[in-house]
Each structure stands twice: as C-alpha cells, then as structure tokens.
Design a protein around this ligand. Structure first.
Ligand code: PMP
Length: 429
C-alpha cells in the first residue's frame, strides 16, 4: 500500500484522537487497512484526501438520501447561517419542522428535537419509564440505539464490529435493567413478559434493523410487539433513526402499518447536520419539562442550520415518485448482485428493504444477530477492498447497511455491477 495522503492523515490523527477517528466504525477495524480521509462529496460521489473518487454507498451512514452537497440543502444551510447560527431560543422553523413531521408520521402528536440519535433513544426511554412507572426495557440483540449506558447491551453497529459484548464503563446495574432478546423472536418476547411483565416499561426496536446489517422484520413480528406491549401496558418505541424517511415517507411504521407509542428519528431528519428527534403520544410527551417532571434539554437542540437542512430535505422527499425511485434503484442493484453471485456460485444472501441493503457472505438467510455473526467476515473484507480498488465505497463492516441515494443513477449501478462482476471473477480464481 502506498503512503497515500489518507495514511499520513491517519497517523497524525491517531496521535491526538483515540484510534484516529471520532466514531469507532470509521477506523475500518473489521476490514483492515487505513480509513480514507474524505475531502469532498458531490451527488453520489466522494473524493478522498489524495484526490481519488469513489461511488459512495455509505451516505454518511444514512442521512444523505439526496446525495452529497445537494444544491438546495447547501442553500438552506447558507441561508440559515447568514441569519445567525444559534440563539438558544425558539424559532419559527422548528415549529414548521415539528408540524411537518407530525403530518408525515401520524403516531407522533408531539416531538422534541435533539442533536443525535443517541439522545433521542435515551430520552425516549426516560419518558417511557416515567410514563409507565416501570424500569425494565426490552431491546433486541444486534439493534443499536446509540451509546447511552443502558442501551449498550449487545448492541449492533460498531459494537458488533469490534466484537464487544458490552462496553467497559457501564455499571452492571444499568445493563441489568435491559433485557436483551433475539430479533424476530416473538416467543422470547412473550416469555420475557411472563417472567417480568409487571416491570417492563417498554420495548425498543429498529422496525427494520440496520445495525447488524439489514434485517427486515419477519411477518407478524412488529404486530406481535404491538399486541404484547398493549396487553401489558408497556410502551412500544420504534427507533426509526435509520428507517425514518428512508423506507417510506412515514418510515417503517408507515410501511408496515403499525403505530408505536414513541418514535426516534435522526439521520435524514437533519439532512446531514446534527439533528434528531423523539416523539409520540401527547400524554406521554407532556411529561417532559417544562410542563412535566422528566428533564431533558440541549443547548443546540433545534439548531437553525440543522432545522433548515432537515426541512429542505424532508420537503424534497415529498415529491411524487421519490420512494418508487428508491425502491427501483435498490431492486435493480440487489437483483444484479444476486445474478452475479449465482453465476459465480458464491454463497451469499442480500437483505434489502427499499434503498437499504447488506450482502452477507457464506450464509443463505439472515434474520437475527446470531445468523449475521455467522457470515464470512474474511470474504466480506476481500469484497470491501476489492470494490474499493474499483472505485466503489461500501460500509467498512459486514454489520452495517449500505444505502442507495436519489443521486445514484442507472449508470452508477451498472458501474457497481461491473466492478462486482470483476471482483467475483478474481475471487473465484
Ligand atoms: N438508533 C439507530 C437505529 C441508529 O442507527 C443510530 C446510529 N447509527 C443511533 C440510534 C444513534 O444515532 P447517533 O449516531 O446520531 O447518536
């Protein structure tokens, strides 16, 4: 490997930033090698510090459904910036965004804006505990809901990538309030309620999991969660930080027609700036300070730049045909990849919902974390680097979702399939 600019930057970074990165999965530990430092992005492409261009299927891990540096988003951010970047006081556009979200996702009667998905999930749990006056939470193995203490038990994403069962620094008492069950296993949920029914405040779930690679809910799973939580007076929290505005205008809850009590949003909601939200039934949300006893706050919550970028993004997604196009792009790509895998006799499965997808090698079906963990990680690493050499930038871990954006074109997909065909030829030798 040549000492390219990214390697030089990585070495400098590693002296001052732990592991050289500000979020662990960026370090490429799962695939080896040095992470590319990115200098610029435009539409579906990114350019690294050494000037090499890649077709990007990471999209900043989900927010960039319109691609990089979309002119309307850049304009919205510039306009907001020139009117003042933050006030720590309410602004009209926050109200507009709240109204827009509530219109698109009807289970959300009221919402609060925060700055990260971690805060959204953490705060949703707090208000759920206050509302139900119970303490335990059910989460599913491989689902990631940010890095707050109680939610780091068997989380996916970077935690799965690094093979950490839990995080050091989390008191065991915190994690003990979290019951971790296999995804897509209603029977396990039912047993947990038999055992702890009176103590369970909420189930939190990614309605389509993106953090152990893409895993769709099996038929009846989400309906079952809705029924069992209702029966036990526990809340159902959908963490739609990835799926919100990604799989349908109304998120996964719109797609599968399930109404959770609370929803977490992030990523696309901020159009590439730090913005997230949690919201739901009015009677629950009204427990929040200043009108209720549940404290939650943020200096930069509802930041004008982020709100303006979010409004512009969500409004652009309301145009006709947007989700049909995303489905079409996702389908074309996945079926093209499947054909090549079949032709070459490579054992793998592609899970996909709309524009989010993951290729798992060496396994025929993946519907929970144990199956995801059984995939061939070494082959994934070869695939990652093989595609990178051919100018295609994929998530640097087998346990992450790849994303197609509205900036991807049919030509981009053809290019990706050609690269994949070429890599599989090399792989089959
Ligand atoms: N929930 C889900 C489903 C996520 O995918 C993520 C981040 N990937 C989070 C919560 C945490 O969001 P953030 O990184 O903005 O804190």
């Amino acid at each position: 490997m040549s000492a390219d600019k990214s390697i030089q930057l990585y070495k400098r970074a590693a002296a001052k930033i732990p592991g050289g990165v500000n979020s662990p999965v960026r370090a490429w530990k799962a695939v080896g090698g040095f992470p590319k430092f990115i200098a610029r992005g435009k539409s579906a492409y990114i350019i690294d510090a050494g000037g090499k261009k890649y077709l990007d299927f990471v999209g900043s891990w989900g927010p960039l459904i319109l691609g990089h540096a979309h002119p309307k988003i850049v304009a919205a951010i510039k306009k907001a910036a020139s009117a003042g970047t933050t006030f720590g006081a309410p602004t009209e556009r926050e109200v507009e965004l709240a109204e827009l979200v509530a219109r698109l996702i009807p289970s959300i009667q009221e919402l609060r804006l925060v700055s990260s998905g971690t805060e959204a999930a953490m705060s949703a749990i707090r208000v759920a505990r206050a509302f139900t006056q119970k303490t335990k939470i059910i989460k599913f193995e491989g689902c990631y809901h940010g890095h707050s203490d109680g939610l780091l038990a068997k989380a996916g994403s970077g935690v799965a990538t690094l093979g950490l069962p839990d995080s050091a620094g989390v008191p065991s008492g915190f994690a003990q309030e979290t019951i971790v069950l296999p995804y897509n296993d209603l029977e396990a949920v039912s047993e947990a309620f038999d055992q702890h029914g009176g103590e369970i405040a909420a189930i939190i779930v990614e309605p389509v999991c993106g953090n152990m690679g893409v895993i769709p809910p099996v038929s009846g799973f989400l309906t079952g969660l809705r029924e069992i939580t209702t029966a036990h007076e526990a809340l159902l929290i959908f963490d739609e930080v990835i799926t919100g505005f990604r799989v349908a205008p109304g998120g996964a809850q719109g797609l599968y027609k399930i109404k959770p009590d609370l929803t977490c949003l992030g990523k696309i909601l901020g159009g590439g700036l730090p913005l997230a939200a949690f919201g739901g039934k009015r009677e629950i949300m009204n427990l929040l300070a200043p009108i209720g006893p549940v404290y939650q706050a943020g200096t930069l919550s509802g930041n004008p730049l982020a709100v303006n970028a979010g409004l512009a993004t969500v409004n652009l997604l309301r145009r006709d045909g947007v989700y049909a196009k995303l489905e079409d792009l996702g389908k074309t790509l996945a079926s093209g990849l499947r054909n090549i895998l079949e032709r070459r006799g490579i054992s793998a499965v592609i899970n996909r919902v709309g524009s989010m997808w993951t290729l798992f090698f060496g396994i025929q079906a993946v519907s929970n974390a144990a199956q995801a963990q059984a995939c061939d990680r070494e082959q994934f690493a070869r695939y990652f680097h093989g595609m990178l050499r051919r100018g295609i930038y994929l998530p640097p871990s087998p346990f992450e979702a790849a994303f197609v954006s509205l900036a991807h074109t049919q030509r981009d997909l053809n290019k990706t399939l050609d690269a994949f065909d070429d890599w599989t030829r090399e792989e089959s030798k």
